[in-house]
Ligand binder design. Structure first.
Ligand code: HEC
Ligand code: HEC
Length: 284
């Protein structure tokens, strides 16, 4: 470990008691014996100055038991939410008499979609998350009520769509019209929040691999979302996780679906460019 990261560890140990060292493992993730997941990849070019030498899925930081739950869809507790999402997909709702299937037919038509979100939407003139796009379709194409951003039905639908891209490389665009939002997200990532004055980078860049109390710190990647957490026994959204992490620094946080979290999601997604889409994943 170099000097820079030693001082960062020391700083975190002072701020939070119970930090100790532990390396991520070298296991291989193959789902259902057939879908190979890229869980370690070279740093994307935009991260050349980051305090790390490769990017890694959060899967490497979990216990053998938790890892095993993700290796077979029969054991993955997140999969029942995919089934619920499929039912929603085929259900007619709203004033126009449409279901998702009316226009998009089989969910497999969504192959590749998850891998490039969040992305710039020309019509809306903004960067959109998958959740925003789903609600656009509900409102404009179905005449239905939008799902609440962080709700069960939304995360079910995200899980169904995400599954279609499982194994494909995350590849979000950070240039062109998306560049402003990306830069804003990057600034947030390195901003220190709350009474603890900790940035995302302090934990997930300077200290990944270390134990923080009983928890093994990962790089805070989002290629595995939505994520089934054993802790709350449900699928969790990216913005729900961001909110929890900011709250842990004892700061006021942003709302799921806010412009701030959309920008942060784009930036964090881009830190995983090259890892496979893995969701729905399993974490503790
Ligand atoms: C009346 C037809 C129609 C219905 C019903 C509809 N969509 Fe769409 N959807 C479209 C069209 C057209 C596009 C592409 C243009 C756009 O982005 O608006 C699209 C785009 C999308 C995209 C983005 C794909 C990409 O490549 O970026 C997603 C995701 C999506 N729809 C999900 C859904 C979901 C989930 C439902 C049901 C809740 C749904 N749609 C219902 C017509 C529809
Ligand atoms: C005090 C340290 C700390 C800070 C600061 C922090 N996190 Fe976390 N974060 C954790 C811990 C602990 C976990 C659970 C273990 C793990 O996956 O790293 C976690 C988990 C995550 C995960 C889930 C990773 C996965 O594989 O499921 C994401 C995503 C994440 N954090 C993003 C962020 C972002 C973005 C920020 C800044 C807004 C942030 N975190 C700030 C400690 C922190």
């Amino acid at each position: 470990m170099n000097f820079k990261s030693m001082t960062a560890v020391a700083a975190l140990m002072l701020t939070l008691p119970g930090v100790s060292l532990a390396d991520p493992d070298d296991d291989t993730l193959i789902i259902n014996g057939e879908t190979e997941i890229v869980t370690k990849a070279p740093l994307p070019a935009h991260m050349e100055d980051a305090n790390m030498d490769q990017i890694m899925s959060g899967w490497h930081f979990r216990s053998d038991e938790t890892q095993a739950l993700e290796m077979d869809d029969f054991d993955n507790p997140g999969m029942i939410f995919v089934d619920a999402g499929l039912e929603q997909w085929n259900t007619v709702e709203g004033s126009k008499g449409n279901s998702c299937a009316s226009c998009h037919e089989d969910p497999s038509s969504m192959k590749g979609v998850r891998a490039v979100y969040p992305k710039w939407d020309e019509k809306a003139g903004e960067v959109q998350t998958l959740a925003m796009q789903i609600n656009d379709c509900r409102e404009a194409n179905m005449g239905a009520e939008p799902y609440k951003y962080d709700s069960g039905p939304m995360v079910n639908m995200e899980a169904l769509i995400t599954l279609q891209s499982r194994g494909m490389p995350v590849n979000v665009a950070i240039d062109g019209p998306a560049a402003d939002a990306w830069a804003k997200g990057k600034e947030m990532y390195y901003t220190r929040y709350g009474q603890l004055e900790l940035s995302c980078a302090n934990c997930h860049e300077d200290n990944y691999g270390n134990m923080i109390r009983a928890d093994h710190l990962s790089q805070g990647q989002i290629n595995g979302f939505p994520t089934y957490r054993l802790k709350n026994a449900k699928l969790n959204t990216v913005h729900g996780r961001f909110k929890g992490c900011i709250r842990d620094t004892r700061a006021h946080t942003f709302n799921p679906g806010s412009e701030e979290f959309v920008a942060l999601e784009l930036y964090v997604a881009s830190r995983g460019n090259g890892l496979s889409v893995e969701g729905p994943s399993v974490r503790n």
